[in-house]
Design a protein around this ligand. Structure first.
Ligand code: AMP
Length: 129
């Protein structure tokens, strides 16, 4: 069965898309730690980060870097942090999280956003790529 992220990539489940190319897809996390929390996913469905082939792994990092630079232009923060967990969704994804304090990367503090805010954030990041 396809992962939830494969369904998002195929457009079978909606997402707040930030960017896409042939190999990778970036979209806002639906339960964000902070405004601008973005997930970057390889289209190839692989469970664990370090099981990716080296080229896809490097491509994922490079694509994530572009997204992180755009996030930093749009969301006031000290820096963009990166985390890879994957305990909930077994399809490789990089979390890019705008950080003001350590708590922002601890997955305990969550922010609630309205659909309009998600849309506006995704659009702003996308326009700053
Ligand atoms: P983890 O697998 O532990 O790295 O966490 C998976 C992340 O995916 C969590 O931060 C969820 O909020 C996020 N997530 C799960 N389903 C969706 C979805 N449909 N759209 C956006 N983000 C999602």
């Amino acid at each position: 069965m396809s992962s939830i992220f494969t369904k998002i990539i195929k457009g079978e489940i909606p997402s707040y898309k930030v960017a896409e190319n042939d190999e990778f897809y970036a979209f806002l996390d639906i339960n964000p730690n902070a405004k601008g929390h973005t997930l970057v996913v390889p289209k190839q469905e692989v469970n664990k980060l370090f099981d990716l082939d080296e080229e896809t792994y490097s491509g994922l990092m490079s694509f994530s870097r572009k997204i992180a630079i755009a996030i930093e232009k749009v969301i006031p923060c000290n820096r963009v942090g990166m985390a890879v967990i994957g305990l909930e969704v077994p399809h490789v994804h990089v979390h890019l999280i705008p950080l003001k304090e350590m708590e922002d990367i601890q997955f305990t503090k969550k922010v609630k956003l309205e659909p309009e805010e998600f849309k506006a954030i995704a659009k702003a990041i996308s326009e700053n790529l």
